[in-house]
Design a protein around this ligand. Structure first.
Ligand SMILES: Cc1ncc(COP(=O)(O)O)c(C=O)c1O
Length: 433
């Protein structure tokens, strides 16, 4: 619902001040200045309402300001805001770790480190993998995004701007192609795929990288920033065979695809992937800052002082995470699966209806719509994609891009049928326009 032209006068004033004072390194897709949010709706400072299919970059799993999340935060804030899990104990950090350990894919007993963000969860995973194996090298995938701190950035291979000017990065990171079947790096189709992407790691091991020096292979089970790319099941089978053959740890970064987004608690579950180390953040605490690294218990054998964080596992964030987990298990994961299927039923037809839609893919409420100039050549269409994001904003729908040419749908897991249908109809109108 539009109250003003976009951006409205109040939004324009904030944007002007923002431009003068904040780091210009942020990427703002369109001029949205948010004042409040409820469920899957946000309202800007001029009173314009939007349906939020970005969920604050796949974060507000339970919707904006879910009443039970707000209540848990308020109650905890009135009781204890901070004590530091680095030096002291408090009950809800333990309770959260127990719950995460219980749900983690792979089954074996787990231990948990609690930090503040996705990048911190990845940093912990890297340090732990080195510590536990006594090896120092890593394999990661092209298109990956694992964060922007220097260790995590060394794995990130999504866009050159994220790395340019920041080198030298952590040495000993080798990148191989991700199984991006629509643009198969080996020219295969899903039928003729011989899991070359997993075998590329074997090739590294036979040529430049002694496998005995490799601590871990790090991957997103569904690639996020790289374009919402879902690999075929057989890739994971082959990958697990390769890493197990060499005693290498498998590190699944579920910062974006975890916490129920794909219709299962963990995306790994879709592929029977049993990671040694799992990284979690984004959706975990419905918008409060929290990240976690969940590892096989015997790997986390480092001594006191080896790794910690002043703010990590803040009691208010833990309270929000505990109620988030409850809400996910009480029905939101199921809703993600149902609403994802409803969206896909309609989106699947788009390549046949719109010449600019090359591919539609996803799991649950993690859906990518890849736009192209030409379906035959698959030439990417980043300008067109950006115009679609802008037009959707003007029509009251918030969606973000991913990869070079993909529209990503990652709404709160609370969306209704009506909201799913509004999103589809709005995007159809944008594509027609
Ligand atoms: C898969 C993945 N890992 C790590 C990160 C980094 O998380 P944060 O921005 O919380 O540091 C992101 C952020 O988008 C992500 O998508």
């Amino acid at each position: 619902m539009r109250a003003t032209t976009l951006p409205g006068p109040r939004a324009r004033a904030v944007i002007e001040r923002d431009r003068a004072i904040l780091s210009p390194s942020y990427t703002r897709t369109y001029p949205l200045v948010v004042e409040r949010g409820e469920g899957a709706t946000v309202v800007d400072v001029d009173g314009n309402r939007f349906l939020d299919f970005s969920a604050g970059i796949a974060v507000v799993a339970t919707g904006h300001c879910h009443p039970r999340v707000v209540e848990a935060i308020q109650k905890q804030a009135a009781q204890l805001i901070h004590m530091s899990g680095t030096d002291f104990y408090y009950p809800n950090m333990v309770e959260l770790a127990e719950k995460l350990a219980r749900t983690a894919p792979g089954g074996a007993p787990r231990r948990v480190f609690v930090g503040n963000s996705g990048a911190e969860a990845v940093e912990c995973a890297l340090k732990l993998a080195r510590y536990a194996t006594g090896r120092d090298k890593f394999v990661a995938f092209l298109g990956a995004f694992h964060g922007r701190t220097l260790g995590a950035l060394s794995l990130t291979a999504s866009k050159p701007v994220q790395r340019r000017g920041f080198g030298p990065l952590m040495p000993g990171v080798y990148h191989v192609p991700y199984p991006y079947c629509y643009r198969c790096p080996y020219g295969r189709t899903p039928e003729t795929c011989a899991t070359e992407c997993a075998q590329a790691i074997d090739t590294l091991f036979r040529t430049v990288l002694p496998p005995g020096e490799v601590a871990g292979v790090v991957l997103e089970p569904v690639q996020g920033e790289g374009g919402y790319v879902v690999p075929p099941r057989k890739f994971f089978d082959e990958l697990q065979r390769v890493v197990h053959a060499h005693g290498i740890l498998l590190i699944a970064d579920e910062v974006q695809c975890g916490m129920g987004r794909t219709g299962r608690m963990w995306a790994s579950e879709h592929f029977e992937l049993a990671p040694d180390i799992l990284t979690v953040a984004k959706g975990i605490a419905s918008g409060m800052p929290l990240g976690a690294t969940v590892a096989r218990a015997e790997l986390m054998s480092w001594p006191p002082g080896a790794h910690a964080s002043t703010f990590g596992g803040n009691p208010v964030s833990c309270a929000a995470a505990l109620v988030t987990l409850e809400l996910l298990e009480e029905g939101l994961i199921e809703n993600a699966s149902r609403m994802g299927a409803r969206l896909m039923d309609r989106l699947r037809e788009w390549p046949g209806r719109f010449p600019c839609v090359g591919d539609v893919r996803g799991l649950g409420l993690m859906i990518g719509i890849e736009l192209v100039r030409d379906q035959a050549t698959k030439e990417k269409a980043p300008d067109l994609r950006d115009r679609v994001l802008q037009k959707a904003f003007e029509r009251g729908l918030l969606v973000l891009g991913a990869g070079d040419s993909t529209v990503r749908l990652c709404p709160p897991l609370t969306i209704t049928r009506e909201q799913a249908d509004f999103a589809v109809e709005t995007l159809e109108a944008c594509l027609r326009a």
